[in-house]
Design a protein around this ligand. Sequence first.
Ligand code: NCD
Ligand code: ZN
Length: 355
Amino acid sequence: MTDDTVTLEIAAPDDWHVHLRDDEMLSAVTPYTANVFRHAVVMPNITPPVTSTQAAAAYRARVLSAAGPDARHDFTPMMVLYLNEQIVVDDLLAGAADGVVFGAKYYPAGATTNSAAGGNDLLAFRPVLEAMAGAGIPLLVHAESTDPSLDIFDREADFIEKQLLPVVEQIPELRVTVEHISTRAGLDIVKDHPQVGGSITPHHLTCDRSDLLANGMRPHLYCKPVINSREERMAIAEAATSGNPSFFFGTDSAPHPLSKKEAEKVAAGIFNAPYALEVVAELFFELGCLDRLEGFVSHHGADHYGVERSPAKIRLTRRADTEIDPPEAMFTADGTEVRIFGADAARRWAWEAVS
Ligand code: NCD
Ligand code: ZN
């Protein structure tokens, strides 16, 4: 240990937004999440989408059996239904009452990977949303307009103004999460409404569109909503490090095979689960606010969702040297390569469970 080694203990973190997929990909990626995160809110955009309590329970069982031998003892996948016309309100309410279903996710049809089964108008789901509000079931939103006449970098703001704000104002009892915030418009609706929270990813915190486009186009940084300008990134970093309890960590880790990322039409999604915590720790270190890391990764989301804060702790250590060489790719059992985001931060940081 040198003098510049930094250590801190924080409550075990939660990932409030993750894609674990199915089959070989599920087996390969789930241990990375289960080893470090206590809760993982598992997105339902698999094929076919998870639209019933029965499907959610079956998917949860597959996730748990993929978690692997090193999973945290308290690893808890939290299952989400895919909001579309197949949802049956009574089934959603019963699934939530039984503790199987955590929330419902709205995807605008066509906005992102596996969103074809999504909706065209959020308010059209008003009866479901009102039932959710009554039962305390949160609505998770992919806030991105699909209007082809709109510039891609303006679509989060457009969706928020035209689709989300009316829902937030007309059904104020509904707890809402704006997922993977990419602009100030996303930050503002969270700041202005106490019932609205916002999840923030490692990549929207640390990259901007110049990283994506300026020095050779980087397909492994392509995700939805698309990483936006430097000004937006700095506002997001400011919100995440501000201590505002409405902002919390959701990795949006979204693995795709290399063949889909290095292609004529690049699949949207960044696989960051292996180093997500390290990336955020390094950012908070650089900004001189490591004392706020625990709030962002371990407390705020639990508070927003009314879940107990973790009594268990992990210890994070920042090395002064950067000699280790963390892998930048992962392979599934059938040999599919997936690139990993964040190896630079993983050179610096290590974590271990302490309780
Ligand atoms: C996600 C995926 O690959 O499932 N992709 C992404 O770019 N974030 C879907 C999503 O959350 O939008
Ligand atoms: Zn996602």
